[in-house]
Write a protein that binds this ligand. Structure first.
Ligand code: ADP
Ligand code: MG
Length: 476
């Protein structure tokens, strides 16, 4: 990624201040909004979602590569989620030491034992990448992770293109303005939800958004909700607590929450330990998993998104197992993998420990967590690894090559933040949607993209964590 915004624009302080004012208004006008940290459950006061003043250039070839591989990732996630033996073997060492994974896995085991009550599966995922700057100067697309639960910003990123178009026009960059791509993941995600709802087959039943306790990012979700309402599909928003208090299954395992039948449960919560603040939340998760409702994701698809699975997939021969007759698909997927290494007990794991401690700046140490801010880099990586390297505790983590994108100068606009130029790194996300009914894939699509950008001072952390901001790719 490189800067396409002329230096004389980037460095013109008066112009930048003017553009930043206009940008905030444009974001508000286009509904690129967030609630305030101090009042996350009220829309009385809102602000713009943090975003970059300028879009960031992305080479066309790698952008298209990311879009083109998405349907294969959809298929891969779906295949893994059905392969009980593979999941069990891949997660065996993690389940031993990581309580959160162990609890999710226990639900998965119970569902496998009881038999799945619903043959319709809906996947809404987002595969994230950075562009690694190789020694020869070329950029290569490398996957950071794939999110199979609660992947966010499909809603807001459907409206950020208009904001950047406007800013670029005001900056006198009309050509660039016209090159900002359209993007509408909200519509695509809703198409998947609508298909699952239709296959469930009851007009009275609703799509239930399982919402977090703190709903700062509600507007992102409302975009998707409203797409469903446009199709006359009823939507309700409930929390874990609501499901526990008012949820039940009838004799056909149909899920009712607060008297309303639920056709599809769309999890926007439940991805990290803190989401399950009481035993009752776990009971509610189990209730939903056992039900006839289509779960997005179901428990096995949730597990498929774990970083441990990502690491196992990078082992020689594993992708081939899932695509036995499609070497070109294997090749396309594998091209996006960077080095991923096991920390299981044994000689391979020992080798990983020695390699990481010898050059901690070249790697990232990752536990089985989501939501940003959980990974370790550099001296912290060494400290954590030194502390766990002799015990099975180390198997809670995986090690990954650190991807090194080229920094780009930009301004990060965020409420109450000083306007200053920053050296920034970007992460490209691609949204995938699939629906399977029994053995038939009835939908498998790539439905849009998301560019997030953060200051290079921060090694980790997403938009929700207050580090990254929304951006748009400008193809070059
Ligand atoms: P989470 O599930 O918390 O989002 P990620 O794997 O996406 O975990 O990591 C969080 C952030 O850390 C990413 O958004 C990215 O900025 C940074 N990061 C993760 N893996 C790498 C890597 N291999 N190289 C460079 N940065 C990384
Ligand atoms: Mg991430």
């Amino acid at each position: 990624m490189s800067q396409v915004i002329p230096e004389e624009v980037l460095r013109n302080e008066t112009l930048i201040a003017h553009l930043a004012d206009i940008a905030a208004d444009a974001a508000l006008l286009h509904g690129v909004l967030m609630r305030l940290q101090e009042s996350p459950n009220s829309s009385e006061l809102v602000t713009y979602a943090p975003f970059t003043l300028f879009p960031t250039s992305v080479p066309k070839a790698v952008f298209q590569q990311a879009l083109a591989v998405q349907t294969h990732f959809n298929t891969l996630v779906d295949k893994i989620s059905q392969d009980t033996d593979f999941l069990e073997e891949a997660l065996a060492s993690t389940v031993e030491v990581d309580d959160f994974t162990a609890r999710l896995f226990a639900i998965h085991k119970q569902i496998v034992k009881e038999g799945r009550s619903q043959s319709v599966v809906l996947g809404l995922n987002r595969s994230d990448y950075m562009l690694d700057q190789r020694d020869d100067g070329d950029l290569s697309l490398k996957q950071i992770e794939i999110n199979t639960i609660a992947a966010s910003f499909g809603g807001l990123s459907s409206h950020t293109p208009d904001v950047h178009r406007h800013i670029l026009k005001v900056a006198g960059l009309l050509d660039e303005s016209q090159r900002i791509l359209d993007n509408n993941p909200a519509a695509g995600l809703a198409r998947g939800l609508a298909k699952a709802w239709e296959l469930y087959g009851s007009e009275r039943a609703a799509v239930m958004f399982l919402a977090e306790g703190k709903q700062r990012n509600v507007f992102d979700q409302r975009r998707v909700e409203n797409e469903l309402w446009k199709k006359n599909i009823p939507v309700i928003r409930k929390r874990f607590g609501d499901v526990h208090e008012t949820g039940s299954l009838d004799q056909d395992k149909r899920l009712f929450v607060d008297g309303q039948e639920v056709a599809v449960v769309y999890f926007r919560d439940g991805y990290m330990p803190q989401c399950y603040f009481s035993e009752q939340c776990w009971d509610a998760r189990l209730l939903m998993e056992r039900s006839l409702a289509v779960k997005c994701p179901d428990i096995s698809t949730h597990l498929t998104g774990l970083k441990k699975i990502q690491q196992v997939l990078a082992r020689p021969g594993v992708l081939e197992k899932f695509f036995p007759d499609q070497p070109q698909v294997v090749e396309q997927i594998r091209a996006t993998f960077t080095g991923l290494y096991t920390l299981d007990m044994g000689p391979d794991g020992d080798k990983t420990v020695a390699m990481a401690l010898a050059a901690p700046d070249k790697f990232v140490l990752k536990p089985q967590r989501e939501g940003g801010g959980n990974n370790f880099y550099g001296s912290e990586l060494s400290k954590v690894l030194e502390a766990v390297k002799q015990s099975t505790e180390r198997t809670a983590y995986i090690l990954m090559d650190k991807i090194n994108p080229a920094p780009v100068q930009n301004y990060l606009l965020r409420r109450d933040s000083p306007l200053k130029i920053s050296s920034c790194l970007s992460e490209l996300g691609v949204f995938g949607v699939y629906v399977r009914q029994g053995n038939t894939m009835v939908m498998n699509e790539c439905v849009g993209h998301l560019l997030r950008t953060k200051s290079s001072e921060h090694a980790d952390g997403g938009v929700a964590a207050g580090v990254a901001v929304l951006d748009n790719p400008l193809l070059v």
